[in-house]
Design a binder for this molecule. Sequence first.
Ligand code: FAD
Length: 418
Amino acid sequence: MSSSKVLVLGGGIVGLSCAYELALAGFSVTVVDRNQPSHDQCSNGNAGMIVPSHFVPLASPGMVRLGLKMMGNPSSPFGFAKPLTFDLIKWSWQFAKAGTKRHVARNAPLLLALNLASRSKYQEWASRLGTFSVKTGGLLMVCETPKALHHEEEGAAEARKLGLATETLTPDQVVELDSAIKGDLAGAVHYQDDAQVQPEIVLRSLRQAISDLGGVLRSGEEFREWIIENGIVVGAETSLGTIRAETFVIAGGTWSSSLTRPLGYEIALQPGKGYSFVIPPLDGKVQPKIGAILVEARVAVAPLVEGTRVTGTMELGAWGSDINEQRLEGIKESFHRLYPGIPRQALVQKVWQGHRPCTPDGLPLIGSLPEHQNVILATGHAMMGMSLGPVTGSLVRDIVTGQLSRLDITSLRPRRGN
Ligand SMILES: Cc1cc2nc3c(=O)[nH]c(=O)nc-3n(C[C@H](O)[C@H](O)[C@H](O)COP(=O)(O)OP(=O)(O)OC[C@H]3O[C@@H](n4cnc5c(N)ncnc54)[C@H](O)[C@@H]3O)c2cc1C
């Protein structure tokens, strides 16, 4: 056991997972976040899906074509913030270049292994803490057109080769599994290994568990600059004072570049902005029972404790907190098409927005900074941060303790040409 001090910058799912695993290993942990826990960080308000099914990196063949096709439609699930900045154009060029078949073949087994390890970690935490649960039952990839279903079946065949359990369902079988789905559909692929958590309850549980282990959680405190002595990072100046430590974890989500830049390390991260809203249980209406992704619309439907959370949209380069009403309408429209039993007026809810931290090659960034071995970067999880948070925590713990990880994560290391 070590009582060495670790400062974690960022209190989203990634920062809290790292802090919890390090606190369990005996480290003296402080987590600093510039915002209060309930604020609109990306880890609140997401769909909470744990996704072994998502083993294909975001940067993959066909994504650019699909993106370009959708760009013309202002209510489509994908778009770029305007005006296009130089950084966003550069990021997009790198994204287009990275998305090769070779990239997918090389990294799909790793993404799958990471998601499965994370699901196990969630289950371990849930039984140890007893404050949240992991809902099993899988994920439905619901397709409205035969073309989309065919494409999903091709993906499912790859998934089976990697050991995942999948089943193609006819429209009747879909309705049998979840009678809230009623619209005109071609069928669905059921990924049976996927699971779900309620994000806010997990975050609250982790904060409590870290604090029970003697960790310190400081909210409303912003990182300002690094303290470097003899070339070694020994502390951080924040808006509220100085914090010294032996090890530092940068888990600032989309904003992590502003923490690495002062150390001479640029990372290409762009926000992938998305929205969600919750439909509370409605008297006399059948609620969605099983997590689903409406494939053509890229909308996720998550039955949670508080009701049904509907999420969607990926607007790249959108840093601000404004809400794009046309894209929001697109989400509502698609949801209503497939869940017509829930009245349209019930979809007028408080809208949450979050910024997914997206790397150009679609892989997270996990590892020590090359010139500062005691500063570890943990970000870039894009649309899978909730799913991959726990495994990231244990990988970062292994890096800090010098243990060899069971997984080969060389393709996640920070210096890889992004
Ligand atoms: C609509 C939507 C749906 C999603 N659904 C899913 C899903 O179903 N499953 C899934 O796996 N993922 C999902 N995601 C993605 C997931 O939410 C993110 O990948 C994840 O939350 C990122 O976590 P994080 O800890 O890296 O970042 P964040 O949660 O953004 O946390 C970063 C923290 O760092 C703090 N910070 C930044 N800069 C500083 C500074 N200078 N000083 C102090 N603090 C700082 C911020 O305040 C913030 O709290 C979804 C995302 C969206 C938008």
